[in-house]
Write a protein that binds this ligand. Sequence first.
Ligand SMILES: Cc1cc2nc3c(=O)[nH]c(=O)nc-3n(C[C@H](O)[C@H](O)[C@H](O)COP(=O)(O)OP(=O)(O)OC[C@H]3O[C@@H](n4cnc5c(N)ncnc54)[C@H](O)[C@@H]3O)c2cc1C
Ligand SMILES: NC(=O)c1ccc[n+]([C@@H]2O[C@H](COP(=O)([O-])OP(=O)(O)OC[C@H]3O[C@@H](n4cnc5c(N)ncnc54)[C@H](O)[C@@H]3O)[C@@H](O)[C@H]2O)c1
Ligand code: SF4
Ligand code: FES
Length: 807
Amino acid sequence: MAEKREKLVLVGNGMAGIGTIEQILKLGGAYDITVFGSEPHPNYNRIMLSYVLEGSKTLNDIILNDWNWYEDNNITLHTGTTVTRIDEGSKQVVTDNGMIAPYDKVIIATGSNSFILPVPGSDKEGVVGFRDIADCDAMLAAAKQYNKAAVIGGGLLGLEAAKGLVNLGMDVTVVHLMEDLMERQLDRNASSMLQAELERQGVKFAMGKQTVELTGEQRVSGLRFSDDSTLEADFVVMAVGIKPNVTLAKESGITVNRGIVVDDYLQTSMQNIYSIGECAEHRGVCYGLVAPLFEQGMVLAKHLCGSETKPYEGSIVSTKLKISGVDVFSAGEFLDSPEHTVISSKDEWKRTYKKILLKNNVVVGAVLFGDVTESANLQKLVKQGSVMTDEIYTEVMGTGCCGSGAKKGTSVEAMADEEIVCGCNGVTKKAIVDAVTENGFTTVDEIKACTGATRSCGGCKPVVEQILQFVLGDSFQQAAKQGICGCTTLSRDEIVAEITAKGLKTTKEVMNVLEWKQEEGCSKCRPAINYYLGMMNPDTHQDEKESRFVNERMGANIQKDGTYTVIPRMYGGVTTPEDLKKIADVSLKYDVKVVKVTGGQRLDLIGVKKEDLPKVWEELDMPSGYGYAKSLRTVKTCVGSQFCRFGTQDSLGMGALIERKYERLDFPAKFKIAVNGCPRNCAESCTKDIGIVGNDGGWEVFIGGNGGIKPRIADSFCKIKTDEELIEVCSAVMQYYRETGNYLERTSEWVERMGLEQIQMVILNNEDNRKELAARIDFALTQVTDPWKKMLNDSSTRTALFEETRV
Ligand SMILES: Cc1cc2nc3c(=O)[nH]c(=O)nc-3n(C[C@H](O)[C@H](O)[C@H](O)COP(=O)(O)OP(=O)(O)OC[C@H]3O[C@@H](n4cnc5c(N)ncnc54)[C@H](O)[C@@H]3O)c2cc1C
Ligand SMILES: NC(=O)c1ccc[n+]([C@@H]2O[C@H](COP(=O)([O-])OP(=O)(O)OC[C@H]3O[C@@H](n4cnc5c(N)ncnc54)[C@H](O)[C@@H]3O)[C@@H](O)[C@H]2O)c1
Ligand code: SF4
Ligand code: FES
């Protein structure tokens, strides 16, 4: 006879509850499992709601266990159903829609609710918490209709919400009770650096303000503070903390304090009823982060499956703010007192800060701002209560400023098998090692798909990579390498090295000699090799038109009706009445459908017939604006010191100079620059490949910004005093990108891949390197010519491209 399986009921379909069920399934626990969840969704990654709001993830992306997962694992799921009572006597749970389910064991994982300030007006329309998909939807909808948002609470949640709403185009003010942001995780130094950085990114702050009323009629229209000052707002997000959801436990007679009181095996005051996650209170602590919840889940799963387990003794928490371009980390203790020994370094220029706290020479806490490369390492040291040694000091503090040049990474070899590497998903070192050895995995993505490690906040990725490297040993480099396309297994770097070593001159030669699988290559590798050859041999390489994308071959962008666009150069976005007249005359003569002002401050003649292109170019008699090319597109400028009251630098002059200097050169991908006369940044440097801002009597340079599909705020690269130095640094950055960038890789990805510090080290710390890079780009620039002029002077190309194929 089959063994009778016990009935396990999980109340709460969130990360803690389902995380525990996943562990139970892994351990082969013999339970009939029923899950009740109030929300109408399968289990999703609540952490990622910040990314959904910010726009980098969709709701679909954040589902952790889809409907099929429940079915595949024989789990009965009731969504949109709230359990209202657990009857210990009859061993049944009762729901709000009249269902009754028998149990042998129950896990209560009901999480938390947003804490809504009990002030008059907090129930008005337009006031939300930020906790679930429904809240997120409300915020996305509000951003389309309303403009002025107030986020009450300057903790992790409030700041992530505020940045999300700024990204959605709202005017956002964070209203914070205290004088320091994230005062539960950061000291004053880190808080003020954080505030300055977020202000730079467009968030406004009202600090030290206690909200006493939300004003308005039916809908909120503003906030009134205890000092009687007010703030206008037509949308309010409450992010002032969370309240453990203990209603069910209370109704069922289970002992409740702030949370549901549990022992070291997560058992409540009632037999066979357990509680984990944010709703549980263990040794007086209710946690609000996922890592502790997974630690609890591991202990409970083992306990319920009869496996040997240590008791749960509490967790040391660490946090990381999930806002792109704002790196903040905090673990353990963070405020120094006389009993601490403090190790710290602050670099106001690089905007980095690092503080490590020791008690009796044991690492008890750390705060990082700006550079969080050591976060995984410090988290481990704090968690293990490591004793500070010379070796650890060098490792975490490094020889250079804020750790640059330090020996990076944790010693993964020394980690215990059971140590959790991915706190968000409760994945141990052993699970990762097993995944690699048993399945032959070679990439972090494969490990992520199998174990879940790195799938949430991503903070554990460096350690996962180190484990991968440790397990694969010498074969790591080999495994990590991927061919640039299906035609070859060679990476970009190997191809470039072979071109140099073997003196290869043409794409055909590269493909033949390097034994391409397809003789003719493909649309991915042909343009890439043509670019690499041109970049390496600017004076001798014969550009291969047939290897270029169609728009580059035509010198114009094809539109959906088969006509083309023509964008002439306007250096620094400045034009003249004469040029405007030419543009108007040509547009009228050639029946141009629309003349559009582009985002890059120039004029786009849209709807030119293919056969008219050469005549339009000829009659405009202006240089090509390269609107179709992997090349310098525009240099956007603000008015600057020539005219603007605030301007401290001549952005118009500098923008035009830069555009004239670097136009026509091939880059791995399109390249955009902005120059601003002062930090007000009217030309929006933060989304450009290079952003230049007049600052402190000199210039500040930003790199790696992108406003496209995957937006990225540029990183501050350096501050410079003179125009000459600025040109030298820009030259070096551009040439280093040209020489090391993968074809089609934007600088936003390049900076992430190379690491900002590495680029700074090559360009800023080594004057010889910088000058050599600048000399190489100058040489390449001597070889460029205007493509429109070239085509006009080449009658055979002109005939072949624009006349023979006339339709
Ligand atoms: C926007 C946001 C960003 C975050 N970012 C991070 C981060 O970066 N790092 C981090 O560590 N943590 C982060 N957190 C916190 C983290 O998401 C939570 O700690 C975690 O999700 C809590 O899991 P839980 O299962 O205990 O509770 P919950 O996720 O709240 O799940 C509980 C579920 O139970 C349901 N429920 C409640 N009562 C009942 C009932 N009676 N019957 C049936 N169902 C019920 C609820 O509807 C809910 O779906 C973030 C939270 C938010 C909101
Ligand atoms: N990146 C992350 O790890 C992350 C991100 C989002 C949320 N979370 C978690 O979600 C939960 C909720 O986050 P949270 O930021 O709301 O909680 P929190 O308790 O960490 O922060 C709330 C903040 O609101 C402030 N505050 C309190 N009353 C206020 C008032 N009347 N006016 C203005 N400010 C007031 C507090 O000073 C505090 O800084 C936490 O457990 C947090 O850890 C974590
Ligand atoms: S960035 Fe500064 S100098 Fe340029 S227009 Fe704006 S305010 Fe004026
Ligand atoms: S620690 Fe957050 S995804 Fe691994």
